[in-house]
Design a protein. Structure first.
Length: 474
């Protein structure tokens, strides 16, 4: 007798029209919505095939016909090879001069040659303990560093320098060693070759690597800024005051006015036409007017965010109020409710869940005006930092601040969404769950895995004969 194989439950399709996915799948998709942009960022930042530039790690003194670069500068890959070819050509001319008997040059030119090694020596710690304000001390340390590299006393030099540059250092040291110990006033005048510029494949300056952003963010939040500039947490608090100060002010006026417009046609026709007209005026155009009226400190910034948020709040809340089921109002009027009671006991409770959701959306709207607002008058807050560092091409310091604004907005929105589930449990179904709610539900399901409750047990299968017998008995 053969035992029938257990039937497998068919897999739920991922794509179904107007049907909810399981909590696990929704959580996976929400995580993917964040992980995919991060993966794309890493792909563009770390895979050399997508890089169009080199970032200099070692440069040389400018040669005639060659642009000047410093370590950290970026150059297109095709120009980088032209740049190094110019240095090699200059080195060939130096060798030709020596072979022709022209064995003397200015000693300062040779000192510039040994200073080419300074960036790598600093990054590798070869100049630790050297007074960086004393040029002679630095030159003496670089002179000794050339000796150590040439004699193989610095094992990590092979990782920091190309074979071509190692050969040039050995050749230059053979020339310097003839003059004995370092003497600034009697430095060798025999022409020495320049090191060949080195670089690493890098993403464009406007797309720093993720690890560079993390390092820069940690430094900005933990290092005291120079010149008595505000700390990052002080900048953040200043920006929060602008956004939430303007939003609270807009709510204080916009919520009552919006409800009145949605309840009484009198207020709708009195306020909404001009509000609808005013919302098309770009808020930044009021910047100079706000500065003239309110000064250049924080007041005009709050006012601009208010102007950018308030008109939309009035119109959205008015429309939300009008969408309340008319039958609820008629039922209350049948029971004898007057206007004040209708507003207080029927309209406001009836629209509260949707009003709450509108305010959550409008708070995100207020965040979008932050950068423009903080440029008015005295630059302040996070925007001042973004503009300053962006102007210096320090985008590894700009990206974390931009993401910080997004993270604060996202966490605020998700927190409000979780809170709404407790305030209005009848309104927020599973389809409206946020990230945190889905995460909690998934963990709960995993903890319950293997425990079958009465509601979870499958219904027993009924054969056609049993079904027919049940019908006949009935």
């Amino acid at each position: 007798m053969h035992t029938a194989a257990p039937q497998r439950t068919p897999r739920e399709p991922w794509l179904t029209v107007r049907q909810e996915l399981s909590a696990n799948r929704r959580l996976v998709l929400m995580l993917c919505s964040f992980l995919m942009p991060i993966a794309l960022w890493c792909l563009l930042a770390y895979v050399p095939a997508f890089h169009a530039e080199y970032k200099f790690t070692l440069t040389t003194e400018p040669i005639e016909g060659m642009a000047a670069y410093t370590p950290g500068s970026r150059i297109r890959k095709d120009f980088f090879s032209q740049h190094t070819d110019l240095v090699r050509e200059a080195n060939r001319q130096i060798i030709a001069q020596r072979e022709a008997g022209e064995t003397y040059t200015a000693s300062r030119n040779n000192k510039k040659r040994i200073r080419d090694l300074r960036p790598i020596a600093l990054s590798r710690g070869w100049l630790d303990g050297v007074d960086m304000t004393d040029i002679d001390a630095i030159d003496a340390a670089l002179y000794d560093t050339h000796r150590k590299i040439a004699q193989g006393l610095l094992p990590d030099a092979a990782a920091a320098l190309t074979e071509e540059n190692l050969a040039i250092i050995r050749e230059n040291w053979a020339i310097m060693d003839r003059g004995g110990p370092y003497d600034s006033s009697a430095f060798t005048r025999v022409p020495m070759r320049s090191l060949i510029p080195q670089g690493v494949s890098a993403s464009p300056a406007f797309l720093p690597a993720p690890h560079e952003c993390v390092i820069a963010a940690w430094s900005d939040f933990t290092t005291k800024p120079p010149n008595n500039l505000p700390w990052m947490h002080q900048r953040l608090f200043s920006s929060l005051k602008v956004v939430f100060g303007a939003f609270v002010l807009a709510c204080a006026i916009g919520i009552p006015l919006g409800i009145l417009c949605g309840t009484y046609d009198f207020f709708a026709k009195l306020a909404e036409p001009f509000t609808d007209f005013f919302r098309y005026m770009p808020a930044p155009t009021f910047g100079l007017l706000l500065m003239a009226a309110l000064g250049t400190a924080g007041a005009p910034k709050i006012a601009l965010v208010f102007i950018g948020t308030f008109p939309h709040m009035v119109l959205m809340l008015g429309n939300t109020t009008r969408l309340l089921d008319r039958s609820l109002i008629e039922a209350a009027q049948t029971l004898g409710a007057k206007d004040k009671l209708l507003v207080a006991r029927v309209i406001i409770p009836g629209i509260l869940p949707k009003l709450y959701n509108d305010l959550r959306v409008l708070l995100g709207w207020a965040w979008t005006w932050l950068v423009i607002a903080e440029l008015i008058g005295e630059k302040s807050g996070l925007t001042d930092f973004i503009v300053t560092q962006g102007g210096r091409y320090n985008f590894d310091r700009v990206f974390p601040v931009i993401m910080l604004i997004g993270i604060i907005g996202f966490l605020t929105d998700q927190t409000l969404q979780v809170l709404a589930r407790y305030l209005f449990p009848w309104e927020y179904t599973q389809a409206r769950q946020g990230f945190f709610a889905l995460w909690r539900e998934t963990l709960t399901r995993r903890r319950r895995a293997g425990k079958v409750t009465v509601d979870d047990r499958p219904m027993p299968a009924i054969t056609p004969q049993e079904g027919a017998a049940g019908v006949s008995s009935a």
